[in-house]
Design a protein around this ligand. Sequence first.
Ligand code: ADP
Ligand code: GLC
Length: 489
Amino acid sequence: MSKKKLNILFVASEVFPYAKTGGLADVAGVLPKALKELGHNIIVVMPRYYQIDKSKLTHVDGALGVPMGPMGELWAGVFTTKLPQSEVSVYFIDYEHFYGRRSLYDENGTPYEDNDNRFIFLSKASLQLCKMLDFKPDIIHANDWHTASLPLLSKTRFAEDFSNAGTVLTIHNLEHQGNFYKGGMDVMEIGWHHFNPMEFESHDRLNLLKGGIAHADAVTTVSKRYAQEIQTSEFGFGMEHHIRAHASKLFGILNGVDYDEWSPAVDKHIAEHFDIGNMNGKLECKRALQKHFGLELRDDVPLIGFVGRFATQKGIGLIAGIISGLMQQDLQIVMLGTGEKWAEHYFGEISGRHSDKFALHVGYSDALAHQIEAGCDMFLMPSLFEPCGLNQIYSLRYGTLPIVRATGGLDDTIENFDEAHNSGNGFKFYAPTHDALYHTVMWAVGVYKNNQKAFLSMQKRAMKNHFSWRDAALAYEDVYKYALAKHTK
Ligand code: ADP
Ligand code: GLC
């Protein structure tokens, strides 16, 4: 097929560097740039959350009328800027009533009650914005449940302007499906005949992701392994049958890494730069991290890091179960995260009891995340499921060897250490059990202490791994073509 330059509308609920709670933001902040570099014309749309400073953005003239069913037409403002170091325009939908809040999705662990309206609004506003800008998308790319109404909206309520667009929905995490009171059907204005178990209905409630999967021309998820896993009852969160029914249009595309952000040679947050050719800086980063956390200052002790949401998904239950045992060993652990309160308290207590070898930072800190990647010897990511996972891939570049459970993207990116063949880039375990995790951590610690040569050569192998956004963008390009071809049949 000759190379056609596509107009792409890319909509996400969070985009780095403007708003981020997890990996979706990292992806939404970089993939559009990689697509632009392939020659496509792409715009990104997200909410103008309260925390995003309007004064740094450009106001777009005109007001955006967004039809919201029984709520009538709501009028939003629009701001814009370019994604850093790029020509990709990002548009921010400004609507105080929905986005003028302290957080993105929830407060104190309680989701905002009107999250259905907030994100149906975003989806509809993005289509109205295209009309206002006279931007005619060939492809509408939605992400997760927040924008999963887009595929059907473009074919029903907004068909007049968008019926020719191919639609792609990327699932970043199947656990979160956008499950709401069914009244949201009226707000979408797509017709109640779409409220049935094959489309938007799940146990008499509205399930936005389910409807999105049914109606998108193509569905992607963020690793090949996860694309397989979500078709099983173990990983399907009740959606496995629905996904299997649509498996012919499901593709797994592994996320890439923004090496301008995540690379020890250029990282602006770390104590000293380093690279394969000169690893001295890594030791300085380790010392700085130990100092920052008030740990015993020792070069020879293995330092293990964790960065992530304190959520069941991330295996924090497994870590909690072995932490006392690990505290009997000669090692150090630092954890950065926030989320489930029991975990914040439990790990807090451990850090009080073992302050020379265990440290915790409850909260969100971009700089500290980078410092942990750089300063640790190993990175702990024992997720129960992991659609892609970015932190283990970032760790590789910093020579911080991942200890992971073999699931989803973790399994696709980490190859187990094989001493006999001097191969692998990390340590992997299979069963989600305390024993398996404990023994794998102790295995890694053993290699660190007793086989420094193998450890160093594995670090160097890991640092050479390259997870390119360009490759991912090329794969998305194929999916776009598939969606378009299917759509225009
Ligand atoms: P998920 O999207 O499931 O949370 P990923 O591994 O894909 O997991 O991405 C998580 C991203 O969020 C990474 O960039 C990670 O560094 C960042 N992150 C998670 N928790 C924190 C935190 N407490 N402070 C800083 N960054 C964090
Ligand atoms: C989700 C997943 C994570 C993935 C990220 C970006 O939050 O939990 O595994 O890396 O999305 O796709």
